[in-house]
Every structure is written in C-alpha cells, then in structure tokens.
Write a protein that binds this ligand. Structure first.
Ligand SMILES: [Zn+2]
Length: 256
C-alpha cells in the first residue's frame, strides 16, 4: 500500500494506535494493558485528552480546530477536508515528537491515530452513504500515508454504540444530542468496516464478546508481540535515497 515501510531489519520500536469511538474505553483499557508490561510504551494522548493543554504545535492546531468548531465534541467546523489535513498534520507532529523514542527501540502508542481522522472526516464528506464513506476513509488513509508512515498495528476497540455513548456521557457529564449520537453510531460501524479491509494491520477488541479483563489482556499481548521484526520507516514523500527515520538504513541499498 505504501513505500513507507520497507521490509528490512530495523532496531526501532513499534508504532501502535488505539482507535474507536468515544466512550469505548481506549484510554482505560490501554492503561490497564500496559500496566503489567516491563518496558512501558510512550503514550501519546488522544485528541480529546489534551485539548486544553498548551505544549506544542499539535496542541495549537487542535486548539484552532476546537475554536473553529465552536465546542463541537467531534471538532466539526463545516470544512471536513481542510479539517482532515490539519488533523493529519497533528498526527505528523505526533510522529515527529515520538521518533526519538521509536529510534531507541521503545514502543509508541498513539491514542487515536490516522484511522480516526479517516473515519470521522469520511463520514462528514458522505453523511448519507456508508459505501462512499468507506471508500473515502480508505482514500484518506492513503493520503495520510503520504504524510507519514501508517501505524504498524492499529487496535480498534469497539462495543455496542449505546454502551459507548452511555460511558462517554457519564465520564464527560454531558448528554449527546440525537445528531451527535447518530454520528457516533455511524462512526462505530465505519471503524469496523474499515478494520475489515486490512486485517494485517488491525486487531479488533469487541467488548460485546470479551470482558474488560480479557480486553486488556488481548491489548497487552498484541503490544508485546509487535516489538520485533519491524521494517524501517521512510519518509513516504521522498522517492529516492531515503534513510530510515529510526536506524538510518537506506531504503534501497545497492546490491552487494
Ligand atoms: Zn530502520
């Protein structure tokens, strides 16, 4: 799909994202999962947890989206494609921040990766057409992969939408409007359809069939298992003579 990850022995750590609709338990289950790991991954917080902080360009861009969307919980400001590009810039910023730790061999976990951007913005571009939204989500991932390498592994946490909505409402002490609840339901469905298109990259935790202990165990096993046999990471927008962002190997070494 992309030239970003060329198979070659690399000493870097894995880049893992955890995605899913609000209230599905991404942060909670990930924290439980990594608690028992000896080598703690670097955790990059998701969009929602850092909206009020002031720490860098990623947060500043997020703040601009928040302002332009006038407090919409999904940062919808009415220009989904422009918002998609800003969200991808935030995800690129996250990679820039994390590349040092990846290079040292540490696992990096993104709370919400480019898949969330692909799902949410595709839904906004095709509000009444699930098939078109799926095609657009796939195309947005392709676009994302020209900004930065996709995650090695994306863990999708999913659940009955009503359960997720109830959890998010209790946590955030808010009540979603019918329109917002519908958006969450459609996003949940699109996440699941998108994950099914690339079983090599996605692992799915379905809370309708596993309890939270099993869910955390699964996530821990997947994070632990992703640490070896990783390909080099190359700048996807550079065609020739590119070195791995982590170990410095060339993408296309001359034949011996
Ligand atoms: Zn490398």
């Amino acid at each position: 799909m992309t030239i970003a990850s060329v198979r070659q022995s690399c000493t870097r750590g894995p880049l893992i994202s955890v995605d899913g609709v609000t209230g599905v338990g991404k942060t909670y289950l990930t924290r439980r999962a990594v608690h028992a790991l000896d080598d703690k991954p670097l955790a990059l917080e998701g969009f929602s947890q850092r909206a009020d902080s002031r720490r860098g360009l990623g947060e500043a861009l997020l703040g601009a989206l928040g302002e332009a969307s006038a407090g919409d919980p999904f940062l919808r400001g009415g220009t989904p494609m422009a918002e998609a590009l800003i969200l991808l810039a935030i995800k690129r910023h996250d990679l820039d921040v994390a590349v040092g730790e990846l290079s040292r061999g540490r696992a990096v976990i993104e709370g919400r990766g480019v898949d969330t951007t692909a799902v949410c913005q595709a839904l906004l571009l095709h509000p009444d057409n699930g098939d078109a939204a799926l095609d657009t989500a796939i195309a947005l991932l392709e676009l994302a992969s020209s900004y930065r390498p996709l995650p090695d592994l994306t863990i999708l946490i999913t659940d009955d939408a009503s359960e997720a909505i109830g959890r998010a409402q209790r946590r955030d002490q808010r009540v979603f409007t019918n329109e917002q609840a519908t958006f969450i339901r459609e996003a949940r469905e699109l996440y699941e359809r998108l994950a099914a298109t690339d079983p090599a990259r996605y692992r799915v935790v379905d809370r309708r069939s596993v309890d939270e202990h099993e869910a955390a165990d699964l996530i821990r096993t997947w994070i632990h298992g992703e640490g070896t046999d990783l390909g080099c990471l190359h700048e996807p927008w550079q065609d020739t003579d590119t070195r791995c962002m982590c170990c410095g190997h060339h993408a296309d070494p001359a034949p011996a």
